[in-house]
Design a protein around this ligand. Structure first.
Ligand SMILES: [Zn+2]
Length: 262
């Protein structure tokens, strides 16, 4: 079955470790179109490492040229002033729909004093949703630590990337962490190779609820088209696939509704 519309909540602009895994706005928009993805939320790969000013500026300039893309600005607790400036941009730039955290590449701990200061002074007052890398192999932002951060900030909407587990380590880590802390302000994205383990997405949906998993690809690190085919063939009812494709992310980021082409 074909599911439409599909919104990708997790993609990157900029230069990664290989040219084919890198993209400007035109290339990412073309990959999305080829895959049948109506709209993509994207963020700077360079800014994830700490180059906030260069990476966020490039991403916003590229997104401005592509109506099928929206942006999240990347912030970092040890670039507090720069983070505050980029988040403030959202007031005048409707292309900015959220905030991206990468504690693994940025080397900072989500449960540190610096992280709480960033949350208190910049992120929580903005009202913007947050998407963070999460993973078993990322000591600063394993899913249990991320849920503890989300519990501390109940007014902020959080997306846990990569099904909360990533490629390596224990497959049920997010299912177990959710059992301890089932939070009304947390969603997951499925942008990880782990999603291609048979039954992996279905298991997370069964544990956290069909209203809590959002479509994501991590494009262009991976080609997005196989994720669309995966979604179409998941062993889930069609209404759940539609929820994953776009309905759930529209609850996290309502302003994307206007950006879907009719
Ligand atoms: Zn990513």
């Amino acid at each position: 079955m074909q599911i439409k519309p599909i919104i990708d909540v997790h993609s990157h602009l900029g230069q990664f470790t290989h040219a084919p895994m890198s993209a400007d706005g035109a290339r990412l928009a073309a990959l999305n179109e080829e895959a049948g993805i109506a709209h993509g939320v994207t963020f700077s790969i360079e800014a994830c490492y700490g180059a906030l000013d260069l990476g966020n500026a490039y991403t916003l300039a590229e997104v401005a040229k592509q109506p099928s893309l929206s942006a999240m600005v990347v912030v970092h607790p040890r670039h507090l002033a720069s983070s505050a400036r980029w988040v403030a941009e959202a007031k005048s730039n409707p292309d900015i729909v959220g905030i991206k955290l990468h504690p693994a590449l940025g080397q900072w701990d989500v449960l540190s004093v610096a992280s709480f200061r960033l949350m208190d002074e910049v992120i929580a007052p903005s009202g913007l949703p947050v998407l963070s890398h999460t993973g078993n192999d990322s000591q600063f932002v394993t899913i249990d630590r991320y849920l503890r951060l989300a519990e501390r900030y109940p007014t902020v909407r959080f997306i846990a990337a990569h099904l909360g587990v990533g490629i390596t380590g224990y497959s049920d880590a997010s299912i177990d962490a959710w059992r301890e802390r089932p939070l009304p302000n947390v969603w997951f994205d499925m942008g990880t190779l782990r999603a291609f383990h048979t039954g992996a997405v279905e298991a997370v949906v069964a544990a956290v609820g069909s209203d809590r998993v959002c479509f994501g690809t991590d494009a262009p690190l991976y080609p997005p088209a196989p994720f669309v085919r995966l979604l179409e063939t998941l062993k889930l009812p069609d209404e759940v696939k539609r929820a994953i494709a776009s309905e759930n992310v529209l609850n996290v980021i309502p302003q994307l509704r206007q950006r879907l082409s009719p």
